[in-house]
Design a protein around this ligand. Structure first.
Ligand SMILES: [Ca+2]
Ligand SMILES: [Ca+2]
Length: 412
């Protein structure tokens, strides 16, 4: 009887009568009862001639395709349930075993003068066997996702796989890359962006099915987008350091060899009279995304305004104030510059009084790595027949997280 009897009732729970014997009949009945079209009761009984006063083994085998009835290992009935064929979904759910000896009832009728009482039914054993010698379940479909991927240099992302049916026996995938110098893939489908370019990642099943992912490795994350951020491009002191634009009192801004942060030059703004100046770079053609700006700075403090800034990127201007005294080189940064317009102006602005100054060096502006906010497996429980192989997909949130690996996982 279907284990969900108390939830869905009979006949929707399904019933498998392994054997029934009635009154003085010299046969047994093997019968499935289920809910057919419109949930109407259907039964499909078959009989088998047998002397029930003697010992016999009555049995059914039950798998995802057929229920089969036997007496003493002789098959006398089979009933198809493949994929819930003919409204038989109830036979794909758990059942429990019931043994009883009813006296009377709708089918046999009420006891009468011929009824022998006391009535006895002998049962020597009830055994349930699990078939561990199943034939392999063949693969009928295989796919991977995503089908294409923009991967940042140095980032890692996983390709997920789907087998049909989900319990196919041999879910082993052999992963290869058309160009491992651009994008390499390990034996569980994790891709690493190695160098700029494109590559096709192919997953191949044991029966030769293939699915591919086109990978483009881009030079985006962790790569400084600024020109001459370290002020080392010029080999002499200049009013107009390579790559940088000036606005305002341009003569107060230049590069300098006086105590740079990195080896030879720094950028600096200073004046002997009140001044206002900006030194900036306007970056265009940026991939939209979340950027970080960093710089090493020093400051006299005392300015009306002194900031490291980002603006013109699609959001509000961001100013990091350096108008307080910073006597020693200190690295400061602006996070979460969410570029949505493919452009951004970054720089240093100062509205200074006489003898105010700021220094800056080793300025960086780069696409931030995408942090992992959640990680889970596609399944939390799994039953695997001995000798079978199954896939667990790793689900990272967001799905473009930069570094889709974690301690303990093998990384190639
Ligand atoms: Ca200048
Ligand atoms: Ca420098």
């Amino acid at each position: 009887m279907g284990s969900n009897f108390s939830q869905v009732g009979w006949p929707k729970c399904g019933e498998i009568d392994i054997f029934e014997h009635l009154n003085s009949e010299t046969l047994v009945h093997g019968t499935p009862h289920w809910a057919g079209a419109n949930e109407v009761h259907v039964q499909d009984g078959t009989t088998y001639n047998v002397d029930v006063t003697q010992w016999h083994v009555y049995s059914v085998t039950w798998d995802s395709n057929y229920i089969k009835w036997y007496v003493d290992d002789i098959l006398y009935k089979q009933f198809r349930i493949t994929d819930g064929y003919n409204y038989t979904a109830e036979y794909h759910l758990p059942h429990y075993i019931l043994i009883n000896l009813p006296i009377g009832g709708d089918w046999p009728g009420s006891p009468d003068a011929t009824t022998v009482l006391p009535a006895t039914m002998y049962c020597d054993y009830i055994r349930v066997y699990k078939n561990t010698n199943t034939t392999p379940i063949t693969i009928t479909g295989f796919s991977t996702s995503p089908s294409s991927l923009n991967l940042n240099l140095g980032s890692k992302q996983v390709i997920n796989t789907t087998f049909t049916p989900s319990d196919a026996t041999n879910q082993i995938v052999n992963w290869t890359s058309s160009n491992a110098a651009v994008a390499k893939v390990n034996n569980w489908g994790m891709i690493t962006g190695v160098s700029i370019g494109t590559a096709t990642i192919t997953g191949k099943t044991s029966d030769g099915r293939t699915s591919t992912c086109s990978v483009t490795v881009q030079n985006l994350a962790n790569i400084n987008k600024l020109v001459n951020g370290n002020f080392e491009a010029n080999t002499a002191v200049t009013q107009t350091p390579t790559g940088w634009n000036e606005w305002g009192s341009v003569a107060t801004a230049q590069n300098s060899t006086a105590s740079p942060h990195s080896p030879n030059y720094k950028g600096t703004q200073s004046g002997t009279a009140p001044f206002e100046v900006a030194v900036s770079q306007t970056l265009t053609g940026l991939a939209n995304g979340n950027y970080t700006m960093k710089a090493w700075v020093r400051s006299s403090g005392g300015q009306t305004w002194a900031t490291m800034y980002a603006k013109g990127y699609g959001g509000s201007d961001i100013n990091y104030s350096i108008a307080s005294s910073i006597p020693n080189w200190t690295q400061v940064q602006i996070n979460n510059i969410k570029v949505t317009t493919n452009t951004c102006e970054v720089g240093f602005y100062q509205s200074g009084l006489a003898n105010n100054f700021i220094d800056y060096d080793d300025v960086e502006f780069y696409l931030s790595p995408v942090s992992i906010t959640a990680f889970t497996f596609s399944q939390n429980t799994m039953t695997i027949p001995i000798g079978s192989s199954r896939v667990i997909n790793t689900i990272f949130t967001p799905n473009n997280a930069s570094n889709q690996t974690y301690p303990g996982l093998p990384v190639i």
